[in-house]
Design a protein around this ligand. Sequence first.
Ligand SMILES: Cc1cc2nc3c(=O)[nH]c(=O)nc-3n(C[C@H](O)[C@H](O)[C@H](O)COP(=O)(O)OP(=O)(O)OC[C@H]3O[C@@H](n4cnc5c(N)ncnc54)[C@H](O)[C@@H]3O)c2cc1C
Length: 406
Amino acid sequence: MNTIAIIGGGASGLMAALFAARGGAAVTVYEHNGSVGKKILASGNGRCNIINTTASAADYAGEDPSFVTYALKQLSFGYFEKLCLSLGLLLDVREDGRCYPLSNEAKSVLIALKSAVTGAGALILTESAVTAISKEESGFVVTSAAGRQRYDKVLIATGSEAAPQLGATADGHTLAKAFGHEVIPTYPSLVQFHLSSKHAPKMAGVKTVAEVTLVIDGKSDARITGDILFTSYGISGLAILDISQRGSYALSRKRRVSIALNLLPRFERHELAEAIEKLFAAVPAQNVQNALYGLLPAKLVTYLLEDARIALSTPVSALNPKQIKQLAHLIGDWRFDVTDTHGFKHAEVSGGGVSTAQVNPKTMESKMVEGLYFAGEVLDIVGRRGGFNFHFAWASGMIAGKEMAK
Ligand SMILES: Cc1cc2nc3c(=O)[nH]c(=O)nc-3n(C[C@H](O)[C@H](O)[C@H](O)COP(=O)(O)OP(=O)(O)OC[C@H]3O[C@@H](n4cnc5c(N)ncnc54)[C@H](O)[C@@H]3O)c2cc1C
């Protein structure tokens, strides 16, 4: 019987423990928190966006996103749904491919998974941080708060440093490096942006729908329409989180990042000046500030006009065509320099990690150290928002668990 140590009792580690124990291995899960699965509990605002029915390599980033293809094929949605049912977990499948537990509570996912893991015979050691793993002539020795213990195989499933308040660490990267593995520099993802704008903090609290264009070194890179929210530090909202991976990656590579906001995405660009002219023609006696209140959130109007260098009190009838064109241009392309992300503490996930070039995608085993495996976010794979990160964590954990039990 194979003896297996799984470092990390999160999504990928628990899934690996389930399959390894069911495969007949003697499994010990080391978890440094006082309980396993803290990110599962916090996920999806406590609802756990557990998987996405549409996942493909295109939903992931990393040096080689195609690394996920085999794993996603192994853990197809149909397979996962049956697995969940066997654990007593029913799913609520949304039209856009997102899935949640039918209970609408992340707690039910963790309860089902944890009881299946212990039911299969795996041992879970909490408050047991692993500080070192050494390769012996046969097998490995794992050093933790519980002492030193020998195992045939080891899985590093320690996740990433995103959300350290939930106990996240970069320990997996340190452990991997000790075996000579390359770690691609990490960066926060699904995260808010800090802006250099003096206006942004004054607009804090304004929420609207905008088309957000990410601009890297002066070139448009990606475009997403959705909610934005100005905050005291810069900008948040689902559109920002969704575009953050590429922006954060660029910042981490010291590139110049800005965002361009189109505040009225329902208009085509060429229609915008016409719409403004029509509005102004309807209220010729109004000043431009009051007139724009009919089009945009009031708090934005003040600072937009400041950037357009138009006095708030200017009667709309006094604006010349050039000024209206300039206003329309700014409404459709209001630029803000991004100075930083809001950091790992506020990020849902981390990009970068253990290079996938040195890991076999069909087994999750290291190509450099026999018997050493990796799964989940510790690897250089990061997904979009929408259940894709759990999808890869479950899939890679399942493969590693099955393989280690062989
Ligand atoms: C607030 C929040 C909401 C999220 N919502 C979603 C969502 O709805 N859908 C989605 O797909 N993804 C979501 N994610 C991302 C998702 O939680 C992660 O991608 C996923 O948990 C990664 O699984 P993992 O097993 O790789 O890492 P984790 O689940 O983080 O597990 C790693 C475990 O290793 C433990 N550990 C670390 N170092 C050590 C050590 N030295 N010794 C022992 N144990 C150690 C950690 O305590 C942790 O329990 C969310 C993340 C956050 C922070």
